[in-house]
Design a protein around this ligand. Structure first.
Ligand SMILES: *[C@@H]1O[C@H](CO)[C@@H](O)[C@H](O)[C@H]1NC(C)=O
Ligand SMILES: *[C@@H]1O[C@H](CO)[C@@H](O)[C@H](O)[C@H]1NC(C)=O
Ligand SMILES: *[C@@H]1O[C@H](CO)[C@@H](O)[C@H](O)[C@H]1NC(C)=O
Ligand SMILES: *[C@@H]1O[C@H](CO)[C@@H](O)[C@H](O)[C@H]1NC(C)=O
Length: 945
């Protein structure tokens, strides 16, 4: 039912309340002598002390008359009023369940009204100044609120002159302030605004136990261009380190961290960190006690010998924490660390606003409820996990489990760890894995707003709230949801918007699959549920109610079956991992029947770009294959390994069935190509020389199993980047030229000759367009010398779109990694942002020039999301790609570009999805039909299994 709100403020009971309050205040004033001593006449200094002492008892929040405001403190004069008509609003009311269809009037930086407005009447009031936008029934949400961001503190691109996230000066630093390092030229601001982010809490890093004070900012540019002018409700003015005692204080914010990060940064232990906390809190508590004693004397007029108010500029912020006037945000993953903070908060009696990362929070809700004060919220990632020991037990089901346990769930970016432009994607994934729709949207809007103490002005679409709004091109929880317009303080942020047509179904929340059993198992096995599939080898498997079947052949992906309608769903029979019948088939009596409920069978996806298959836990060297020697470093490659002629095969280091590999497998990624790991960019080594890639099955248990290694050697992998700390880019290219034109004697010679003969590809990780241009010339130079065409693939390739034509002409293929661009380094910053900012994405721009394109992933945990990445790329290109082309982005093109021989019928793995196709949030991957291994792997229990 459509509800109607009056645009006029009705005072009603509130008016009566105000009169009562005013009367009471007057009485208190008249009889003030009865309430506190009126015998003394106070000196100005004493008046100041009394005011200060009374101020200490005030709790933070907006002034009582906050909602009487008719203009935002952030209003920018000249901003035109806007009327957004025909909006389908998620208001945030009623626990996030209210959807209201109507109009939103914004003016003076505020939402002036939500209802049904006659344009004529408004035009009378506002004249031609009023901008009328017909939202045509589009979804509108409050601006996205990110409770955990480092935007500005670690600006993109990373440059050593502005890396201000963690202080090296000690682990306890409550006196540091993120605003003092809030860079305004971070290239992320406009990108994240284009994703609908309007507000973020900027936290210091997690290298310190107490990293410092955090600040809430709005992401828009200000006329003043200053850091300070971005801050929302600053707790004190630029002239002071202290709140104005005559006003209710505003919320302050502070970052704490426990566990691995402070231990590693300060070469200490968890025990040291907890002592550092207790020592600091003891100091703050003692100062508070002195202040309270001082104030009780001052307020009792016992001035004799009282002296100065006991103040400490260094500790005042932590003193405010023990006064309960600071929202404390604590980076804390594991039970052991959460437990320590729960004890700390009870020992020193301070509340915790939220635990962040909190990978194990879903396993210990009862513990977290024992925190002093209100139960903290939990701010987490959706599927980003296992990158370190502490995150090993995180679960994609954590958001729903936490919600079921009555906890407030927030999705956060930790920007630039995740690009906050896609914070809504985190909510989409949380929703896919079972967080209810209302809570999923609340997790990035009203809930973080409340948790950061700003719920009185942001996070809702309500009259009187800040005019921070996002108009979406689809339901916000539909995959690929993209803003059409973003308002901050009533100011439209996007110019020249490119709007992409979305399928009609995308105007509704996807009807996501059921994961109840998986969620229960996550808890039962404390985050490590068994992931190995059950396989069927001896019986035929029959898939019924199949909507479509797509299979790859040597050159492309073919649709071999498509049901005309739901009444004509097909059947697929599989024996020994091979499809033996598609369409109308008879069934053997011993066959196992699997109902796909209008699902699909598609090619298995192929992942590349992360060390998947070479590591279990990224930051634990003892769980990984390690890195290769670096021939350009001063130590070089030991002679006994082959010296300058050495070449390393990734196949020799393969680790099967890592959790990330199994999770990817369960999400339809059947194989991976991985190259030897070069030293990381931050390792202080050149990291140019990779080695030989390998293609392997993600379903196999070990290397000796049938079909485990699909191709022992795929291509030769190298890297050329400015960001590498080793020798110059020109030196890196000189090395490549030398190896291609005059290969060094030794084991590598054979492989470089294969490259120059065009037998295997040279795969180069490179991002900058100028370096890509040099590589195109190098390719021509080598081809001219050898008379053969070489296969070159560039990986990373963030600036490749600038040379789309040249890459097309040179026949160089591209694997975009990351799939969605971000300016991590200088050489990536001429990225193509895609809609709503630019018409083209890198994928579509390259395809115009017939460049073979594929998508990669950067980190192993993300391999499981390949199906969503390719779907996203297709949605962002406006649905102009065929389904076969979309699937190729994550399967056949990846394989082809890396030198994996075209799949034969006997080796191609296929994926069965139930309830929809592989690209949809409606579907669940239920089986892999593995030709390479001669079996069907099942991921869920089926009757008769
Ligand atoms: C809010 O919504 C969730 C999920 O829809 C529900 O479980 C919870 O009980 C609701 N809370 C309130 C206070 O209505
Ligand atoms: C800060 O100090 C400046 C200079 O004395 C003054 O003009 C300004 O009004 C002060 N601002 C506030 C918010 O007190
Ligand atoms: C190609 O090679 C020939 C000789 O082998 C040389 O004269 C010519 O300059 C080369 N062209 C390019 C573009 O490198
Ligand atoms: C791309 O390929 C198509 C089909 O082969 C061809 O018609 C078109 O001209 C090509 N485009 C470019 C830019 O080469």
């Amino acid at each position: 039912m459509v509800k109607d709100y009056s645009p006029l403020r009705t005072k009603g009971h509130k008016g009566v309340g105000l009169i009562l309050a005013a009367t009471l205040a007057l009485l208190l004033y008249i009889f003030r002598g009865f309430f506190w001593s009126s015998s003394a006449v106070h000196s100005p200094a004493q008046v100041a002390v009394i005011s200060r002492c009374r101020g200490l008892q005030m709790q933070p929040g907006p002034p009582d008359d906050f909602h009487d405001r008719s203009e935002s403190d952030r209003f920018v004069p000249e901003t035109r009023p806007h009327l957004i008509q025909n909006a389908k609003m998620w208001t945030g009311r009623n626990n996030g369940t209210e959807v209201f269809i109507g109009d939103i009037l914004i003016d003076k930086g505020l939402i002036k009204g939500v209802g049904h407005f006659g344009t004529a009447a408004l035009l009378k009031t506002y004249g031609s100044d009023l901008v009328v936008i017909d939202a045509k029934n589009a979804w509108v949400t409050p601006g996205i609120v990110d409770i955990h961001s480092h935007m500005g503190n670690g600006p993109a691109p990373i440059l050593q002159g502005a890396s201000d996230g963690n202080s090296p000066k000690g682990t306890i630093q409550p006196w540091l302030r993120s605003i003092d390092a809030l860079h305004t030229h971070d290239e992320s601001y406009p990108l994240s605004v284009a994703g609908g982010i309007t507000t973020a809490l900027i936290l210091p890093g997690s290298g310190n136990a107490i990293g410092g004070q955090a600040f809430v900012i709005k992401l828009r540019k200000t006329a003043e261009r200053s850091s300070t002018s971005m801050v929302l409700e600053p707790p004190f003015t630029v002239n002071s380190s202290f709140p104005d005692p005559t006003h209710p204080p505003r919320w302050r914010h502070m970052k704490h961290a426990c566990g691995e990060n402070p231990s590693l940064w300060y070469s200490s232990t968890r025990m040291d960190t907890m002592w550092a906390f207790r020592e600091a809190y003891n100091t703050a508590s003692q100062i508070k006690k002195q202040q309270d004693e001082y104030c009780s004397k001052a307020l009792a007029n016992e001035w004799d010998g009282l002296g100065e108010f006991p103040e400490s500029l260094q500790w005042e912020a932590l003193v405010d924490v023990v006064r309960g006037r600071v929202k404390v945000q604590i980076h804390c993953y594991e039970q052991v660390d959460l437990d320590g903070i729960v004890r700390l908060s009870n020992e020193f009696k301070f509340p915790v606003s939220a635990f962040h990362h909190a990978a194990e929070a879903y396993l210990v809700s009862d513990l977290i409820k024992k925190t002093y004060g209100p139960t903290p919220a939990i701010a987490i990632f959706a599927t980003n996990a296992r990158y370190k020991r502490e995150a090993y037990r995180h679960s994609e089901f954590a958001p729903r489990i936490l919600a079921e346990n009555g906890m407030t769930v927030l999705m956060k970016s930790d920007h630039p760890v995740l690009n906050s432009r896609y914070l809504m994607y985190e909510a989409q994934q949380a929703y896919y894995y079972g967080l209810p729709e209302n809570l999923a949207i609340a997790s990035v809007t009203s809930n973080p707003a409340e948790v950061m103490g700003m719920g009185h002005r942001i996070g809702y679409i309500k009259e009187g709230w800040d005019a921070d709004l996002v108009i979406w091109d689809s339901h916000p929880l539909a995959l690929g949801a993209t803003p059409i317009q973003v308002f901050i303080d009533g100011i439209p942020q996007l110019e020249d918007v490119y709007v992409v047509e979305k399928p009609k179904a995308f105007q509704y929340a996807p009807s996501v699959p059921n994961f109840d059993k998986e969620a229960q198992e996550a808890v039962k096995y404390e985050g490590l549920p068994p992931l190995e599939p059950a396989f069927v080898k001896t019986r035929p498997v029959v898939f019924v109610n199949v909507q479509s079947v797509l299979t790859p052949d040597a050159s492309s992906i073919q649709e071999v079956f498509l049901a005309a309608d739901d009444g004509a769903l097909g059947t697929v029979v599989v024996e020994n991992g091979q499809i033996t019948c598609v369409g109308v088939c008879s069934m053997a009596t011993d066959a196992m029947i699997i109902d796909l409920e209008a699902g699909s069978i598609s090619p298995g996806l192929v992942t590349f770009g992360s060390p998947l298959g070479l590591e279990h836990i990224q930051s634990e060297p003892s769980t990984t294959d390690g890195t290769v020697y670096d021939p350009l470093s001063s130590k070089g490659v030991p002679e006994i390994v082959g010296g300058d002629g050495a070449i390393i095969r990734a196949a020799d280091g393969l680790l099967f069935r890592t959790r990330d590999a199994l999770l990817a497998y369960r999400a339809g990624v059947t194989s991976a190509v991985v190259a030897p790991t070069t030293p990381g960019i931050f390792a202080g080594l050149s990291g140019v020389f990779g080695g030989l890639g390998v293609s392997f099955s993600l379903g196999a248990a070990h290397k000796l199993e049938r079909g485990a290694v699909l191709q022992e050697v795929t291509g030769v992998h190298m890297r050329v980047m400015q960001a590498l700390p080793g020798p110059s880019v020109s030196t890196q290219i000189a090395l490549l030229r030398r190896l291609l034109l005059r290969p060094v004697d030794g084991p590598s010679k054979e492989w470089f000759l294969k490259v120059t003969n065009g037998e295997i590809p040279l795969v180069v990780e490179v991002h900058g367009a100028d370096i890509i241009a040099s590589l195109i010339l190098l390719k021509k130079e080598v081809e001219n010398a050898s008379g053969q065409t070489i296969q070159m693939t560039i990986v990373g390739a963030t600036e490749a779109h600038l040379l789309a034509k040249e890459l097309g002409e040179a026949g160089v293929g591209v694997i975009l990694n990351p799939a969605k661009p971000f300016p991590f380094f200088w050489e990536l910053h001429r990225l193509l942002a895609g809609p709503p900012t630019t018409e083209h994405t890198a994928v579509s721009a390259l395809m115009v020039h017939n460049v073979t394109v594929a998508l990669g992933v950067m980190e192993t945990w993300d391999a499981r999301n390949t199906r969503f990445e390719i779907a996203w790329a297709s949605l962002a290109s406006g649905g102009k790609m065929s389904k076969a082309d979309v699937l190729a982005l994550g399967s056949t093109n990846v394989a082809k570009l890396l030198g994996v021989k075209a799949p034969q019928k006997l080796t191609q793995d296929l994926v069965a999805t139930r309830g929809g196709d592989l690209l949809s949030l409606n579907s669940k991957v239920v089986a892999v039909i593995s030709a390479s291994r001669g079996l069907v792997d099942l991921f869920t229990a089926f009757p008769g299994q």
